[in-house]
Design a protein around this ligand. Structure first.
Ligand code: CAA
Length: 285
């Protein structure tokens, strides 16, 4: 499959990442079928897309009007509505079994034989997901960064059986979205989260051990390393549940140095997931 052959992109999940992915695909001129399991998740996702597009429009950064771009996104709760897509990008819950079950169903639904299946997983195995699909060589990781509409970098992950053509497709497709693809092979956390999640987790340990206040940890790391956000404010942006799932995968797959901080676990148990719930390390209400 060539990028020029792609007319319709299916995006699974209208959460922070799925909505962002649907937005950048629509901005690049693709038709998008955006699927989530409940209408309220779709409504929230579409609202976030609209807000983001309005931000771009206010700065004169859109070549089309907001409604034209919104008009390319068809929300649905039915997986069957992905029958005619050329490419699927999955951005649902970070749970291997749920992802595999979804891809098994897509095997039966997506009509196009050479359709590409992609996952936006942040740490799970691309090779394992590919194994349940009808063409593992057509499966690839396309891992966007949050906030998707703003961040340039996209990780392209080659599973054990991903073909050269599929890898090349993913590289060209993300360039078409205005992004800069970075290629790596399938390995827990790939490049980004293998390095980022221990950094965030360590920031939480530093807080947990009372070494410094949250404000000083974040301000310090911004000043010391010139990053735009310190580890705790970045965890709030990403979502503490996502961070915990990622560090748990790294811990399970790569060993003890990735042990999650107990404070991270407790905060997730308490429902303090960061910006998306209004409270994490900081209060956003
Ligand atoms: N849509 C449109 N525009 C947006 C936006 C959105 N969703 N979010 C931010 N912006 C725009 C702002 O309007 C602003 O534009 P101007 O410069 O033209 O005014 C610009 O982006 C910067 O935003 P802000 O001024 O609000 O704040 P900021 O300067 O602090 O930037 C940020 C915000 C871009 C998020 C920046 O803080 C940043 O880069 N943070 C680090 C993000 C990061 O590391 N992401 C990767 C996380 S890891 C990941 O995602 C992988 C994973 O698997 C977990």
């Amino acid at each position: 499959m060539k990028v020029e052959d792609v007319k319709v992109v299916g995006v699974l999940g209208a959460g922070t990442m799925g909505a962002g992915i649907a937005q950048v695909c629509a901005m690049a001129g693709f038709e998008v079928v955006l699927r989530d399991i409940e209408d309220r998740f779709l409504e929230r996702g579409l609202n976030n897309i609209r807000k983001s597009l309005e931000k771009f429009a206010a700065k004169g950064k859109l070549s089309e009007d907001v409604e034209t771009i919104m008009g390319r996104i068809k929300p649905t709760t039915k997986l069957e509505d992905l029958a005619d897509v050329d490419l699927v990008i999955e951005a649902i819950i970070e749970n291997m079994e749920v992802k595999k079950e979804t891809f098994r169903q897509l095997n039966e639904i997506v009509k196009r034989e050479d359709a590409i299946f992609a996952s936006n997983t942040s740490t799970l195995s691309i090779t394992e997901m590919a194994a349940v699909t009808r063409k593992p060589e057509n499966f690839v990781g396309i891992h966007f960064m949050n906030p998707v509409p703003v961040m340039k970098g996209v990780e392209i992950v080659r599973g054990l059986l991903t073909s050269d053509e599929t890898l090349e497709f993913a590289v060209e497709f993300t360039k078409k979205l205005g992004k800069e693809p970075v290629v790596c092979r399938d390995s827990p956390g790939f490049i980004s989260n293998r390095i980022l999640m221990p950094w965030i987790n360590e920031g939480i340990w530093v807080l947990y051990e009372g070494v410094a206040t949250k404000e000083e940890i974040d301000r310090g790391m911004r000043l010391f390393t010139n990053v735009p956000m310190g580890p705790l404010e970045l965890a709030d942006l990403i979502g503490l549940d996502i961070c915990l799932a990622a560090i748990e995968t790294l811990h399970r797959e790569l060993g003890d140095k990735y042990r999650p901080c107990p404070l991270l676990k407790q905060m997730v148990q308490a429902g303090l997931l960061g910006r998306k719930t209004g409270r994490g390390f900081y209060d956003y209400t």
